[in-house]
Design a protein around this ligand. Structure first.
Ligand SMILES: Cc1cc2nc3c(=O)[nH]c(=O)nc-3n(C[C@H](O)[C@H](O)[C@H](O)COP(=O)(O)O)c2cc1C
Length: 425
């Protein structure tokens, strides 16, 4: 935030020297008529976040300094050599547009329609397991921000808060992501709980048929739950804000699954417990069952093949979510943006796009290639870890401003008027 001050106060802050006195009068009087308003300068009081964190990269850099290394590695890592993760970025950067000139003044409209609902912005918050490990009460902060901005927030099955914990904070667009429980009774119970808590849209994630190896996480000493080894303790000690917040709330765990601890799972390690409960390799019958069991919009997440999209359309899925899980599952996968055009051709279903989106321009790239809506995962957690809850609002503002600036370059008054993209080399 900028604070204004009158010249006498300016003099107090910069002790009066001939130089500052001259500078004061220079600014006050008409050498710079456009500066006739009171002077503005930075103080340590709340800053203009756009001046200090104009882009996601700034938030990412600050986030890394505020969360312990093992948590950072959990959030930021891909799998293998992270080729897919890098490909997401490289491939997005290769999508360009011919800029438009002489189109006169436009005021870009960012509203969009998705599954019959009008949304003020074309993006929302993707499900991230154990968000609450990344920043204390992350699920609560994200749900509240999403409600305020009327954007979708999708909570993960393996969140650090249960659907019931989050229920009071949910807005209009509350989505529940499901890793498929193997036990039909647990399946039904989970759906009932999600529905009773106010979630309207169900997402089935299908791109985790097996656990992936995330080598960076292993190297950092991360286990599930984090065990407090000297290595981890040292990492925590360097991050006091995270440590205090986490100490206040208690060590995060997958609270939504607490209820399903039973004779079969007692004694299992938390990882084995989750593995036992969540049969992560569902099949087509499972999709059919879930489609029939849920009475709201049903979306399948983790699609990269046109034939899968066509089949899901035939099965009555309401939308598909094109994603490579941010490069965390399979290091031989195409960039999501590379897979998108063929999938767009193969189906008329509404498409959600994610993986590697970092700016308004990236959102436009995805929409121009056929996406109807875009989700971001890591970005919102970078923003929250960097600046606390106001970071989420700030990121939303950064993305909206970037959308507007780039739509201005393209002469696009709305998201339906984007020109055909070009491949840049
Ligand atoms: C730390 C982390 C945890 C994730 N946990 C889940 C999850 O529990 N369920 C799920 O469907 N996807 C999960 N994802 C994938 C995201 O929903 C989303 O597809 C991906 O993060 C989008 O890419 P982006 O982070 O580059 O925006 C996770 C991603 C990350 C980075």
């Amino acid at each position: 935030m900028f604070y204004t001050c009158s010249p006498p106060l300016f003099g107090l802050i910069y002790p009066s020297t001939p130089c500052t006195t001259a500078a004061t009068s220079l600014f006050k009087y008409n050498h710079f008529p456009h500066l006739d308003k009171p002077l503005k300068f930075h103080t340590n009081a709340p800053m203009d976040l756009h001046a200090t964190y104009p882009a996601l990269t700034d938030l990412r850099t600050r986030a890394q300094k505020r969360i312990p290394k093992f948590v950072w590695e959990y959030l930021d890592s891909g799998t293998g050599t992270e080729a897919t993760k890098s490909r997401n970025r490289t491939a997005l950067d290769q999508i360009g547009f011919p800029p438009s000139v002489l189109h006169g003044e436009i005021t870009p409209d960012l509203t969009t329609t998705f599954l019959g609902q009008t949304l003020p912005l074309p993006f929302g918050i993707a499900p991230i397991g154990m968000s609450g490990l990344i920043w204390p009460d992350a699920e609560g902060h994200l749900a509240r921000a999403a409600a305020t901005h009327t954007i979708p927030y999708c909570i993960s099955t393996v969140a650090a808060q249960s659907p019931e914990d989050i229920a009071p904070h949910l807005g209009q667009h509350a989505w529940f992501q499901m890793y498929p429980p193997r036990d039909p009774d647990i399946r039904t119970d989970m759906l009932n709980r999600a529905r009773a808590s106010g979630f309207t849209t169900l997402i089935l994630t299908v791109d985790v048929p097996v656990a992936s190896r995330r080598e960076r996480q292993v190297r950092s000493g991360l286990t599930n739950p984090p065990s407090i080894t000297p290595k981890i303790l040292a990492q925590i000690a360097c991050r006091p804000a995270w440590a205090l917040g986490t100490a206040k709330r208690g060590m995060p765990h997958m609270r939504g699954l607490d209820k399903y601890t039973n004779a079969a799972t007692i004694g299992l390690s938390p990882t084995a417990h989750v593995g036992y409960l969540l049969r992560t390799a569902p099949d087509w019958d499972y999709v059919n069952w879930l489609r029939d069991a849920w009475d709201g919009p049903f979306i399948v997440k983790g699609i990269l093949r046109p034939d899968d999209a066509t089949k899901l359309e035939k099965l009555g899925t309401d939308a598909i979510w094109v994603s490579n899980h941010a490069g965390r599952q399979f290091d031989g996968a195409p960039a999501t943006i590379e897979a998108l055009p063929a999938i767009r051709k193969a189906t008329k279903l509404p498409i959600i796009f994610d993986s590697g989106v970092e700016s308004g321009l990236d959102i436009l790239r995805a929409i121009a290639l056929g996406a109807d809506f875009v989700m971001l995962g890591r970005a919102f957690h970078f923003a929250l870890a960097a600046l606390g809850p106001k970071g989420i609002d700030h990121l939303i503002d950064v993305l909206a401003k970037d959308l507007i600036a780039n739509m201005g370059q393209l002469g696009a008054p709305d998201l339906e008027s984007l020109p055909a993209p070009l491949t840049l080399i």
